[in-house]
Design a protein around this ligand. Structure first.
Ligand code: CAA
Length: 387
């Protein structure tokens, strides 16, 4: 059945679907193959910002759309059906925004709102947690923020940063007290135009090629002390809380990929005739399609289960439900996309058809925002804590 939305929410999801199909889809194949994405991609990004897709969850009082996460997930799914790279760029802005929405003050929320609605910025932000030696072990980062009077000075290099090259503001995690381990990490706001901020190499990725992924380097970057988000020493917990909410949104991208793979496979199975009948009438194909449908629907249900938990009991810990949604949706998106390739056979393996790209796009769903191994660490941790 999927998301139960009111008319306004459904209208927004329909708008996202229409935008993706009319404005993104015609350029996906070309942009997926381009060495460097080029201006066309940035034109599409700008149109998306102007509509408000990067500010979906920003409360209306700050100039955002004030949408709930059911609607956000449904919008992301529609965008990802057409291109998961483009959807990743939009969702990564939501990721960078969340620590500020959860723990920032009014001025900080307004600063992000202005950036993400394109009022005073590119429309994109980025979440800078990962470092070359701190991926799954997120607490192992070495970026530091040293307090000097009424400023902090930030030094360090972040990597694999989605939107690194297009963001106008960064949410940066840095050590403020190295004697305190995870309790010595804090979260900061750093605008791109501050002296000492530079963008390093752009990753040449296997998939999600319509998203921009770069290193971001901070060299003696001075920021005002009021750019600290929340309290000093709480940065790691803020990052984890953000990921608890963001991982189910990644799951919605994975579901978008899986749904697209299923739709393409069903369409082909009706058209393709072997041994005198459409291949959908062959049990081997029909059952594979049924399994693809089951997995996609169950993955979407896992997101809804997370959201029901999140909204019904705001104080309840929802880390487990978030990890289950992300892990399951990430895994099945790869399986379903591979099944679509199998059903399309040689055509599925050819770049002339869209399904080989879905496999390449799906693979990252098991890696970013916490590998699925990390999700299993989190889930099994809850089991181990039970007597
Ligand atoms: N909510 C609140 N607090 C939490 C928490 C949560 N979900 N998870 C951990 N904490 C708290 C713990 O309670 C603990 O605090 P106390 O000591 O006071 O109890 C503290 O944080 C440290 O917790 P752990 O000891 O469990 O931390 P750890 O170092 O063992 O790491 C981990 C745990 C789950 C493996 C974590 O490092 C992790 O999630 N790693 C993956 C990182 C990740 O997802 N990176 C993605 C980057 S973003 C990205 O990919 C985006 C992109 O560009 C698209």
């Amino acid at each position: 059945m999927g998301y139960i939305l009111n008319k306004d929410q459904q209208d927004l999801v329909d708008l996202a679907k229409d935008f993706a199909q009319k404005k993104v889809a015609p350029f996906v194949a070309e942009l997926d193959r381009a060495e460097v994405p080029g201006e066309k991609l940035y034109e599409i990004y700008k149109e998306a910002v102007d509509i408000g897709f990067c500010g979906l969850e920003i409360p209306e009082e700050y100039g955002g759309m004030g949408q709930d996460y059911y609607t956000v997930a449904a919008v992301y799914e529609e965008l990802a059906k057409v291109d998961a790279g483009f959807a990743t760029a939009v969702a990564a802005s939501g990721l960078g925004l969340k620590p500020v929405l959860q723990h920032g003050n009014d001025a900080q929320k307004q600063l992000y709102a202005d950036n993400l609605t394109g009022e005073k910025g590119s429309g994109f932000c980025a979440f800078c947690l990962t470092e070359p030696n701190a991926g799954s072990d997120a607490a192992a980062g070495t970026t530091v923020a040293v307090k000097q009077g009424d400023e902090y000075v930030i030094n360090g290099t972040k990597c694999f940063i989605t939107n690194g090259g297009v963001a106008s503001v960064f949410t940066v995690f840095a050590i403020t007290d190295k004697t305190k381990g995870v309790k010595g990490i804090s979260a900061f706001i750093v605008e791109k135009d501050r002296p000492g901020v530079s963008i390093g190499k752009e990753e040449d990725k296997m998939g999600i090629r319509l998203s921009n992924t770069t290193e971001v380097i901070f060299q003696d970057v001075h920021i005002p002390a009021d750019h600290l988000i929340g309290q000093e020493g709480k940065g790691f917990v803020y990052a984890m809380q953000t990921l608890d909410l963001a991982r189910p949104m990644v799951a919605s991208l994975a579901v978008g990929i899986a749904q697209r793979a299923l739709d393409e496979a069903v369409k082909y199975a009706h058209e393709r005739v072997t041994f005198g009948k459409p291949i959908i009438k062959h049990e081997a194909i029909a059952f594979k399609l049924a399994d693809m449908d089951i997995k996609t629907e169950v993955a979407r249900s896992a997101i809804i289960n997370f959201l029901n938990t999140y909204y019904a009991e705001p104080k309840r810990n929802y880390t487990r439900e978030a990890a289950i949604a992300k892990c399951y949706a990430g895994d099945i998106s790869v399986e379903v996309a591979l099944d679509a390739v199998q059903i399309l056979g040689g055509f599925g393996y050819s770049r002339e058809y869209p399904v080989e790209k879905l496999v390449r796009d799906a693979k990252i769903m098991q890696i970013y925002e916490g590998t699925n191994e990390v999700q299993r660490i989190v889930i099994s941790g809850f089991l181990a804590a039970k007597k």
